[in-house]
Design a protein around this ligand. Structure first.
Ligand code: FMN
Length: 317
């Protein structure tokens, strides 16, 4: 298995490249009878789209999801649910030079080294565009777990660089364009991001994720942490996950590295292994940790759906 599938009983396989015709996923294991429609998934995708005009992405994609299978008369049938998002804003010309040079710290080198061939356009399969498919699948998992079990989950930016951003208020988090749970800190955060943007540099972040688990799942053991940890570590740019658990509650802190493409000249190699200098151009996001928040939530929902199905299958609840 090449790491494109997550989960055992609630299982998602994603496909597609940044500059191919489409990205998408197949969700298997969703119980039958769940009310599912396009707006439900679309709302989740909206949360993943850049919330700050001009600041956070090189392209503008409408991310319109199409449900191709597994839903009949507005309800899941228990069969594979295929979700498709067509790529529309694809500018091939931007990436011609990256055909020859690898972005340091970016996963595209690994793909090329491993397979001897890769779609380099916009990072190809290693592009975080793939995370839209995970967010779409996560919306299905979330809907089931909220409806059926009343499980609740939320994530926010707890730290950017050296700025500590403790949780203050859920309503402020819901309104925040940067997933910060304290409106009084927004300006400070924006000033820090602006400084990194102006310097052509990037900065890491720590995301905090809180899961509330009602009975019969209120005493999650290590198996839950194992499932969640694998899912969260599978998100682009995530480098570490830390957990804490208390009855009915699970907390995770997720470390996200600084954006690898920076506007500063960096030493790299070409496909022949010769040293070279590379400087990424164009608009870029100084902190991918911000946009990672809805992706991490989606992966947590998917991991929880899988865990719940596995607990049920083993007769533990
Ligand atoms: C939401 C999100 C957006 C990202 N956007 C970019 C980006 O614009 N430029 C970039 O170089 N990396 C970006 N990344 C990071 C890369 O996808 C990833 O870190 C890189 O391919 C190296 O992967 P690895 O550190 O997980 O091995 C983004 C990551 C996430 C989660």
């Amino acid at each position: 298995m090449a790491g494109n599938s997550f989960g055992t009983l609630f299982r998602v396989t994603s496909f597609g490249e940044s500059h191919g015709p489409a990205i998408g996923c197949v969700v298997e294991g969703c119980p039958p009878g769940l009310a599912i429609d396009t707006p439900l998934i679309q709302a989740a995708l909206e949360r993943r789209r850049p919330r700050l005009a001009g600041a956070l992405s090189q392209r503008s994609e409408p991310d319109q999801v199409e449900i191709l299978s597994g839903v009949f008369d507005g309800r899941s049938t228990g069969q594979p649910i295929a979700l498709l998002i067509r790529n529309q804003d694809v500018r091939l010309i931007d990436y011609s030079r990256l055909d020859r040079l690898f972005r340091p710290g970016h996963a595209e080198y690994t793909y090329w080294h491993k397979y001897g061939i890769n779609d380099h356009r916009g990072g190809g399969r290693a592009s975080a565009r793939e995370t839209a498919a995970r967010v779409a699948a996560g919306a299905v998992a979330r809907h089931w777990l909220e409806q059926r079990y009343g499980i609740a989950l939320s994530a926010w930016v707890a730290c950017i660089g050296e700025l500590q951003l403790p949780f203050r208020d859920a309503a402020e988090l819901a309104r925040s364009p940067r997933f910060v749970a304290d409106a009084s800190r927004e300006e400070e955060v924006e000033a820090m991001l602006a400084r990194h943007r102006a310097d052509g540099d990037s900065v890491g972040a720590r995301i905090e994720l809180l899961v509330r688990l009602p009975e019969p799942f209120d005493r999650p053991g290590d198996a839950w942490l194992d499932t969640l940890g694998r899912a969260l570590m599978g998100v682009n740019a995530v480098k570490a996950v830390e957990f804490d658990e208390a009855p009915g509650e699970l907390r995770a802190w997720i470390a996200v590295k600084p954006t690898p493409s920076v506007h500063l000249p960096r030493r790299t190699i070409d496909k022949a292994g010769r040293p070279a200098l590379l400087m990424t151009r164009g608009k870029r996001d100084p902190c991918v940790g911000i946009r990672a928040v809805p992706v991490l939530e989606a992966m947590a929902w998917l991991a929880l759906a899988d865990r719940v199905l596995r607990e049920r299958a083993s007769g533990a609840c």
